[in-house]
Structures are given as C-alpha cells and as structure tokens.
Design a protein around this ligand. Structure first.
Ligand code: SAM
Length: 201
C-alpha cells in the first residue's frame, strides 16, 4: 500500500501484493478498525496515509514500528501458515476444526460455515430447543460442514481430547455455575497450538 500511495480498491491492493482478494479484504477490515488504513465508504477505496507510511514502513529506521512487528512471527506460530493462505497460489485455508461453545440457535456458526466453507464446525449448546433450531438452520442452508449437538460444555466427549484448532464462545462463561470446569474442558479439547476466543463477561 505504501508503494501504491493513492486510494485504491481491495482488488488492486490484492493484485499488487500477489494475494487473494478475499483475505486481503479481511486484513484491510482489521487495519481500518485499528485506525491504520483509511477507508472511503462512498468510493470503497483504501489508503495508507503518508504520515503513517513513514512510521510503519521503515523510513524512520529504528524508530519505525516495522522493527517491532518483525517479532510477530516469532511469538505467533500460525503467522507463516496464515500468510501462505493469503498468497494467490497458497492453500485455500487451513483445514481447521472449530467449536463454538454455547452456540444457541447457530446464527453465528452458520454464518461462519457459509462465508468460510473450508473448516469443519461443531456447535454445542445445553439447550435442546436451541440445537433443534440450529440444525434446521444448517439444513435449510445446505451446510454440510457444520454439526450441532446438545451437550453440557463442562462435560464434553472423552474422544474430543486435543481435537480442535479453535474454540470460541460468546456470553457463555458467566452462565455456567462452574466456569473453572468449563475452561478446563475447553483447554482439554484444544490442540497444542490452540486458539481460544472468549467474548462476553
Ligand atoms: C447468553 S446465550 C449466548 C448465545 C450465543 N453465544 C450468542 O452470543 O448469541 C448463552 C448460551 O449458552 C448456553 N449454555 C449455558 N450453559 C451451557 C453449558 N453448560 N453447556 C453448553 N451451553 C451452555 C445457553 O443455552 C445459551 O444458548
């Protein structure tokens, strides 16, 4: 973006970087949210303003944050795998297993399974009626990459030990009488290189 130096569409940025447009769009979303890249909503163009180029892109030598960002691959093991997926000829995605704890009626998980079809998704909820609705939702959308099941997340299947690459939950931990047991269970079902995302209280 620093080399382009003018507002442009995601397609142009992806082409210039030799990366997949879909992934670049996702990355740009994060950059805009973080007030690094500016987004023009009417033109749908992105620009990295000159004063930020100076700080982010080595023009300042050791004063540049580019030096600090070089630590990211060292502390984040999945960084290079993700980067490969972004490349135009790279894999279409990591074949990840994702589990949502307390998925309720499956709105979020079905959305993910639609937008990112590569991973395999599991949704767990203690409410039978929520799981029934979630399963109908997945069936109606012809989603074959998502499975919903009714279960108490503090007592998940024994054979789920180290099964998942990603486990996440939203507004659930505070609902459980023993959150400590829930977190231990989440830790048990995660692979060694795991990600746990928790939203809510
Ligand atoms: C506040 S709702 C949040 C639903 C959804 N995650 C969202 O953000 O819209 C909490 C959900 O957690 C589920 N839940 C509560 N305790 C649970 C447990 N022990 N095991 C699995 N699900 C549980 C509830 O049935 C409910 O669907």
């Amino acid at each position: 973006m620093a080399k382009i130096g003018r507002p442009c569409h995601v397609k142009d940025i992806a082409e210039a970087a030799g990366m997949k447009e879909r992934y670049v769009k996702e990355w740009l979303g994060a950059m805009v949210t973080g007030s690094i890249v500016e987004f023009d909503t009417s033109e749908e163009t992105y620009v990295l303003p000159p004063h930020r180029i100076e700080v982010l892109c080595r023009q300042r030598g050791h004063g540049s944050t580019a030096v600090v960002s070089e630590a990211v691959p060292a502390i984040c093991e999945v960084y290079s795998d993700i980067l490969k997926c972004m490349e135009i000829d790279g894999p279409k995605g990591l074949s990840t297993l994702v589990c949502e704890i307390g998925c309720s009626s499956g709105t979020g998980l079905c959305r993910l399974a639609t937008d990112y079809p590569n991973p395999r998704y599991y949704g767990i909820d203690i409410s039978q009626s929520a799981i029934k609705t979630a399963t109908s939702r997945a069936d109606a959308a012809n989603l074959s990459n998502v499975t919903f099941s009714c279960a108490d997340a503090t007592r998940l299947q024994d054979d789920w030990e180290a099964k998942f690459d990603v486990v996440y939950c939203m507004d659930v931990v505070h609902d459980v009488p023993r959150p400590d047991i829930l977190l231990e269970e989440i830790h048990r079902i995660l692979k060694k290189r795991w990600i746990f995302h928790h939203g809510g209280y």
